[in-house]
Design a protein around this ligand. Structure first.
Ligand code: ARG
Length: 567
């Protein structure tokens, strides 16, 4: 727990009951009507076999003001604490201002490494809309971990190997014009055409398997062509990643693990894990209630699982990770369960550190988006359309804005990203143009607008204001904002730990709501404006507004969004 006020509440209850502070959860009393923070006495009651309400009454009676806490009152099994308003403001503003661009971060992960496998599309296909999920969840997790002091290795584990490439080689050799240069579009068409043709002529599938075997064996012509497929795909992906502001520390294809596959299978064999089944080599997982993990097919071709085993070994060997996250849709849950079990059975110490960060699907107008049929919704097209809609809205609302194109990009792309990250990752995401791009409601544009509005107010701050005494921030609406700000570092840390970016997006919505309740007071009463007559008060309010703006910017950054200065 980083919030010093929550920590003070827990440690007071701990000392009053003779327990360890970590035993206590510090919660939020309903509506904060009865206090700023609450500590339930249940753990102490359990340990002592006592009544929690009696313990709460006893603890509250023994309270004297300390560490920014002004008062404590028992409410049933809870002790509710209220902050000393001036101490809350002084402490929070000091922390935000001292942290500067690192606000919200910590060094909790210092000395530790996390490898994050994200985006990881299959080449020779377009980045489809559903790729937004792995790409942006992974990107947020990379930024969140980095903010918490971790060393982050973000990996794009390209699907560039497997029998699909045998199919594409056959299709290209069969149907491409002489001298033709591949494009992802063309490869998509050829793939669809191959699947249709193979239905009528099963011999094609056999040829595809043979071509993939040739590719695996290093056949120069097959290699060269496959290299082209890979190159044009990556070029196209880079443009989309640039639009999204996403980058990787490593781009490695499954193909690059080819040389480690044999040794990996041998290692598993030496541990007695490999058995034969219908000519294929497998790890039997019946004892774990799972189907066998297929390592090598009858024709010697290796598989996705084998490559993931080899890749995990490689990652551990090269990056000695303390945590390895695989941001991949829940459709692959069985694969990752089998794979993890194989790593455990092989006795690799890092097996406990690998996590499948699974997520739900995107529904486009009520439909699931698929890739098998060939008619996918392209991520790039969605982003471009979102930018166009944002451009129209900006034109409407703020025709005089100078950097319209830049802001339309930030808002359009931001809307798509926020839509993806605003709920728990395991839930399915509904894609709804109107809702997503609205400037009101729980949307990206709403947050960005709040940021821009605050930034422009801050640009109007007159020169020569006094330093700003936090003791002027005594309104309950100000306390509500400060209380939230104090929680930001904990939210960031928890979002990284739980691999749950929505802890940050929902925090930002809560902060915006509290901020608006405070900011809008000025509409009722000029004395309640941030830039009010009283210069001392105005100076203190400006500090608070700056802290909110900084937190919005930082929070948006951590989930992969930009914070326009104007919009
Ligand atoms: N390329 C795979 C797919 O599109 C996802 C790869 C995820 N990462 C991994 N290490 N298996 O389904």
């Amino acid at each position: 727990m980083r919030n010093p006020f929550r920590r003070a509440a827990a440690s007071f209850v701990a000392s009053a009951t003779g327990m360890d502070p970590s035993a206590f959860a510090v919660t939020d009393p309903p509506g904060h009507a009865a206090g700023d923070w609450a500590v339930g006495l249940f753990p102490a009651a359990k340990a002592k076999g006592a009544n929690p309400a009696a313990l709460a009454a006893e603890a509250a009676a023994a309270f004297t003001p300390r560490d920014g806490l002004a008062s404590a009152a028992a409410a049933g099994p809870f002790v509710n604490f209220t902050a000393d308003r001036a101490a809350l403001a002084a402490g929070v503003l000091r922390d935000v201002e001292a942290a500067g661009a690192r606000w919200g971060g910590s060094d909790g992960g210092a000395g530790r490494t996390v490898v994050i496998d994200f985006s990881s599309p299959n080449i020779a296909k377009h980045l489809a809309f559903h790729h937004i999920r792995s790409t942006m969840i992974g990107n947020a997790l990379a930024r969140l971990h980095r903010a918490c002091g971790w060393k982050v290795v973000g990996v794009n584990h390209l699907g560039d190997w497997g029998t699909t490439f045998g199919m594409l080689l056959v299709a290209w050799e069969e149907w491409a014009a002489p001298g033709e240069v591949p494009t992802v579009d063309r490869l998509n068409d050829l793939y669809v055409r191959f699947r249709a043709a193979a239905k009528a002529d099963p011999a094609l599938d056999a040829r595809a398997r043979a071509r993939f075997a040739a590719l695996e064996a290093g056949d120069p012509a097959a290699r060269a062509l496959w290299g082209e497929f890979r190159r044009v795909s990556l070029e196209e992906y880079r443009q989309v990643y640039d639009m999204l502001g996403v980058s990787f520390d490593l781009v490695m294809g499954e193909s690059e693990f080819e040389e480690f596959l044999g040794p990996a299978v041998e290692m598993l064999r030496s541990k007695g894990l490999v058995t034969e089944s219908d000519g294929a080599e497998v790890v039997d997982l019946s004892a774990d209630g799972m189907p066998p993990c297929l390592l090598r097919k009858g024709d010697g071709a290796t598989l996705y699982a084998t490559r993931d085993i080899a890749a995990a070994l490689w990652r551990y060997e090269h990056h000695a990770f303390d945590r390895a996250l695989y941001v991949v849709d829940r459709g692959q849950a069985l694969h990752f369960r089998q794979w993890r079990r194989v790593l455990e059975r092989a006795g690799f110490p890092f097996a406990a550190a690998v996590e499948h960060v699974d997520f739900g699907q995107v529904r486009f107008g009520g439909f699931k988006t698929g890739t098998r049929t060939g008619n996918v919704i392209r991520l790039r097209e969605v982003l471009e359309e979102a930018i166009a809609v944002a451009r129209r809205k900006i034109e409407e609302k703020n025709p005089g804005l100078a950097a319209k194109d830049l802001v339309a990009r930030q808002v359009g792309v931001g809307a798509v990203i926020f839509n993806d990250l605003s709920n728990q990752r395991r839930r399915d995401v509904d894609f709804d143009w109107d809702r997503m791009l609205s400037f009101e409601g729980d949307t990206g544009p709403y947050l960005q607008y709040a940021h821009a509005r605050t930034a422009s107010m801050l640009r109007r701050v007159p020169a020569g204001l006094p330093a700003g005494d936090p003791a002027r921030l005594l309104l309950p609406e100000e306390a509500a904002v400060l209380r939230l700000l104090a929680d930001f570092p904990d939210r960031v840390e928890k979002a990284a730990a739980d691999a749950e970016p929505c802890l940050v997006t929902t925090f930002l919505l809560d902060l915006c709501a509290a901020f608006s309740r405070w900011y809008d007071l000025g509409n009722r009463d000029p004395a309640l404006k941030v830039l009010c007559e009283d210069r001392e008060t105005a100076a203190a309010r400006v500090r608070l507004a700056r802290a909110v703006r900084a937190t919005l910017e930082r929070g948006l950054f951590l989930v992969g969004m930009e914070a326009p200065e104007e919009m």
